[in-house]
Design a protein around this ligand. Structure first.
Ligand code: IMP
Length: 427
């Protein structure tokens, strides 16, 4: 029953695409369980670079079945263009499965996302503007449109009518925008139905049967732990549960089936969008991390905010996800610093605090308490085993492991598929 969850341990963009792809060859199913095309995975295969937003990264491994679970929100136009982009590059996408219970990001959800952000002004969340939050709102409000609704025109029309009833009032009366016509939305959505039909399946049944047959299933989280709607830095979060429990609800698999939970942890920290970030750097070190690490959003093209590694956050991720392992990524980016500061605790109102405060006000005031670790200058991108790393890089990894509370089982030392040191096998 090898069911693995692979998720971001920080604010997303930890390099999950590389990790999932690395495992892709030995897993039978790669499942996305939450989020939508707000995610951005960069996967490098040979000299080819793929940027995936919605599709599970397993789509690039020929033996693997990629699955979009019920917890995902799907923008059909993005789905189709991502599929055709891959087909043009010779990638076979015919094995993809999409849950009939996944919710559809409709054009009006995208509109509402954008106008709401504009309306919030300086209180905005800095969303990706892809309609993620409004689609999850509709789901919880029970006025969402599901993939299966595309195959019943009368139901679809009724549901779009219900969803637009209040939204059009808000759009016209509050936001001073034009009303959205039900017929136009229905027509657009029906236009996608036939193109998607071959992929639609009862993915809950498929995945549970696969687990019963001892197939290897990998659940791939989008975003990261600190962007979780329940456990992240609310309200500066996404609208779903990237944390491990989300894999169960977002794919319809019971918690007793999960055998391993792997947290992807960048050797430093980044964040996109608004919200607190205690170790953020505004100096040339931050600029250097951004430049060397290529820290620009795959989905939005926005520059990522950069800072030193934060062990308080890593410990928190271990706890809320029940992490069994870490995959440390982008260690090579830190090559060249004489000293590397690591945040070991916070100072809040003059007091040293070892754990992430539950209070938003406290977290907003948290100042990092740093310990300086010695750096290294040798190129580490060719390292194949832990012992190939310079002594100071080894000590950096060991220190992070000790502070973070779970073993580091793999280390990324470069962007390529083979630029990874495996310490403990994941499967
Ligand atoms: P939304 O997910 O578009 O609603 O955006 C909510 C917050 O999550 C914003 O701060 C986004 O920048 C952030 N976010 C969403 N997806 C990602 C991601 O894949 N990586 C990093 N940040 C993300």
């Amino acid at each position: 029953m090898p069911a693995l969850v692979l998720l971001g341990a920080q604010w997303g963009d930890e390099g999950k695409g590389k990790a999932t792809d690395l495992l892709g060859g030995s897993v039978d199913y790669v499942v996305r369980y939450q989020g939508g095309n707000n995610a951005g995975h960069t996967v490098v295969v040979g000299d080819q670079k793929y940027a995936l937003h919605l599709l599970p990264s397993g789509i690039l491994s020929p033996g693997c079945t990629p699955v979009i679970g019920n917890g995902v929100v799907v923008d059909p136009s993005v789905l189709l263009s991502e599929l055709s982009g891959l087909n043009e590059r010779g990638v076979d996408t015919s094995k993809l499965l999409i849950s009939g219970n996944a919710h559809i990001i409709t054009p009006y959800n995208v509109t509402v996302d954008k106008v709401t952000e504009r309306f919030l002004g300086k209180r905005k969340i800095g969303t990706t503007g892809r309609g993620i939050g409004p689609t999850y709102s509709d789901k919880i409000n029970r006025v969402g449109i599901r993939v299966q609704d595309l195959y019943d025109e009368s139901i679809l029309t009724q549901k779009v009518e219900a969803a637009l009833d209040i939204k059009n009032q808000v759009l016209t009366k509050l936001y001073n925008r034009r009303a959205i016509a039900v017929g136009q939305v229905v027509e657009e959505l029906l236009g996608y139905a036939a193109q998607i039909e071959q992929y639609v399946a009862d993915t809950v049944l498929v995945l549970n049967q696969a687990l019963d047959e001892d197939k290897v299933v990998l659940f791939e989280g989008g975003q990261g732990t600190l962007l979780d709607i329940d456990h992240g830095t609310y309200p500066f979060v996404t609208s779903s549960n990237p944390t491990a429990g989300g894999a169960c609800t977002g794919a319809g698999v019971g918690p007793t089936k999960i055998s391993r939970v792997i947290g992807i942890l960048k050797a430093y920290t980044t964040r996109v969008g608004a919200g607190p970030f205690p170790t953020e750097l505004f100096d040339e070190d931050g600029e250097a991390l951004r430049r060397i690490g290529g820290e620009r959003g795959v989905t939005t093209g926005r520059d990522r905010r950069c800072g030193w590694f934060d062990a308080v956050i890593a410990r928190y991720a271990t706890r809320v996800n029940g992490l069994t392992d870490f995959f440390l990524t982008k260690l090579d980016v830190l090559t060249g610093w004489e000293q590397i500061p690591v945040c070991v605790a916070y100072e809040i109102d003059g007091k040293r605090v070892e754990e992430l405060p539950y209070s938003q006000s406290d977290f907003h005031h948290a100042k990092p308490v740093y310990e300086n670790l010695p750096g290294w200058s040798e190129d580490i991108t060719k390292a194949k085993s832990f012992s190939d790393l310079p002594k100071n890089a080894q000590s950096y990894v060991k220190a992070l492991e000790e502070m973070s509370g779970a073993p580091i089982s793999a280390i990324g030392v470069g962007p390529g598929r083979d630029e990874t040191i495996e310490i403990n096998s994941f499967i």
